[in-house]
Ligand binder design. Structure first.
Ligand SMILES: C[S@@+](CC[C@H](N)C(=O)[O-])C[C@H]1O[C@@H](n2cnc3c(N)ncnc32)[C@H](O)[C@@H]1O
Length: 203
């Protein structure tokens, strides 16, 4: 079985990511329908959760097997008019204007090249006052020598947060397991960021 298929199988029932749940709770009093995007949706646990909480969801992943599996999700089938999915990469995807962007443990897999452009693309797609739930890997992570991944330094963190207010932040470091059972040392920055509302212009 391919590594990506093992990952999908192992994470199929893991439930929604905590940062997504925090973001959804922060938007619970909003009137009207909200647009969410699930970037690198994997097995679709977060997509399913966002649909169950009433969002219109666009989910994408570069892995065709991931997109095949989320089309079978119950909430995706029952809420077809509110759900769209696509096989796409972070670099190539066209992001809709959104109230909530979720990128759970996925953006590090974009790699270092083009990360600033990707960050700017995400920023532009989020509506003022909208939320961005994201995990970034820190430089103490045991995968730090993998050049296909992106690791953020403490200095860069504040740059990435420019234009946002931090609603939630937690740095997590320690030994643990990967989704498929391997051992690794995790260094993860968990964020829920709120896009600032531009200052009103005095006339
Ligand atoms: C660690 S998994 C996280 C999946 C899911 N968000 C979760 O929390 O279970 C990373 C996901 O990002 C996807 N991915 C990796 N590189 C990508 C890229 N360049 N563009 C879009 N998706 C990508 C992978 O296929 C995988 O499903």
């Amino acid at each position: 079985m391919k590594k990506s298929e093992q990952f999908l199988k192992a994470t199929k029932s893991k439930g929604a990511t905590k940062t997504l749940k925090i973001a959804v709770d922060l938007q619970q009093h909003h009137n009207g329908e909200l647009q969410a995007v699930d970037m690198g949706c994997g097995a679709g646990n977060d997509t399913n959760y966002s649909l169950s909480r009433g969002y219109i969801v666009f989910a994408f992943d570069s892995e065709p097997a991931a997109i095949d599996s989320i089309r079978d999700l119950e909430n995706a089938k029952s809420g077809q008019s509110r759900f769209r999915s696509e096989v796409a990469t972070f670099a190539d995807v066209t992001l809709p204007s959104s109230d909530l962007v979720n990128a759970a443990f996925s953006l590090p897999f974009h790699g270092r090249k083009g990360v600033e452009e990707l960050w700017a693309k995400i920023f532009r797609s989020i509506r003022p006052n909208g939320l961005f739930a994201v995990q970034l890997f820190g430089e103490e992570d045991s995968w730090k020598d993998r050049d296909d991944l992106f690791f953020v330094s403490s200095d860069e963190l504040s740059k990435f947060c420019e234009g946002y207010k931090t609603e939630f932040y937690k740095e997590m470091k320690g030994p643990g397991k990967t989704a498929v059972g391997g051992s690794k040392y995790w260094h993860v920055h968990h964020f829920v960021l709120r896009k600032a509302i531009p200052d009103s212009v005095d006339t």
